[in-house]
Design a protein around this ligand. Sequence first.
Ligand code: BDR
Ligand code: CA
Length: 312
Amino acid sequence: MARKIIIDTDPGQDDAVAILLALASPEALEVLGITAVAGNVPLSLTQRNARIVCELAGRRDIRVFAGCEKPLAHALVTAEHVHGKTGLDGIDLPEPTMPLQEMHGVDFIIETLRTEPADTVTLCPLGPLTNIATAFRTAPDIIPKVQEIVLMGGAYFEVGNITPAAEFNIYVDPEAAEIVFKSGVPLTVMPLDVTHKVLTTRPRIEAIRAIGSSVAHAVAQWTDFFERFDMEKYGHDGAPLHDPCVIAHLINPGLFSGRHINVEIETMSELTRGMTVADWWGVTKRPKNAHFMGDVDADGFYDLLTERLARL
Ligand code: BDR
Ligand code: CA
C-alpha cells in the first residue's frame, strides 16, 4: 500500500523536482496534499509555484494549500539569489489555473492528522518548518499521530550554505525547527552532508533531458538555471539537488545511510543562529532524536529520478 504523505514546500526548483518525483511514484506514495510555506520566495509565489508543478505533471487533482507567510519569530529571509525572482526561474511556464484551496495549510495538516488513523501520515518538509511547528503548537494532540517526518534541512560536516554556520531551511525559522526537533516525532533528516553529494553533473542532466517530455525539459532548464550559482560557489561539477533526497528516501531508503543521533537547534546566537548542532560522534548523553543522513548512492539516486521522471 502506498505511504500517505503531505509535502510541505517552498518551491524552489529543487522542491519542484521533489514534487514531480513523488507524483511519479504512486505505487509508493499517496500525496494527500501540498502545503506551501514562505521560504525561497514569498508565500504568494510558493503556493503559485506548487500549482504550476502539479499542472506540469498533469495532476490538477492534487490539493494545494497556502500556509504561513512568515517565520515564527523573525522576518522572512528569501533566496532569490539562487532560485531567481519567481523561485522557478529557468523556464516560462503558464500561470496555474487549478484553484488554491481555501483552507489554511496549517489547518489542513491538523485536520488530516486528526482524521487519518494514527501512524499512517508522513510529513515531508522541504522548506522552513513554520507550518509544521505552527500545527504542532496549535494542536499538540496531532504530534503522537505523525508516522514520521522526513525533512531536508541542516548540516554537520558541510556546516552552512546561507551563513557559515547554518543551512537555509533551518536558518529561516530556527524557532520552528526547534519545536519540530524536540517534538518526539521520529525524524529523518537530509542535511547538506547528503544533498551536496547528489550533483547535477552534465551526463545526469542530459540523461533527463533526453527523455524528451515537457516535464523532463522543465527539469533540465531549472537545473541549468540554479546550478550556475552553486557551481561558482562550491566549484563542483554540478549543483546539489537537495529536496528530492527526501522523496527518494521514502521510495528507496537503501540509497542513504546515516546515524541515529541527537540534534539540537541553535536559536540564540547571532553568529550561529539556525545551526544544527549534531552529535555525530556521540560525545554527549543528550537523547537521540533524529536519523541524520550522511551518505548517499548518488548514481542510484539519479537512476531512480530519471526512471520516475520518464513516467510523467
Ligand atoms: C534548501 O534551501 C532551499 O534553497 C532549497 O529549496 C532547499 O530546500 C537547501 O538549503
Ligand atoms: Ca526547499
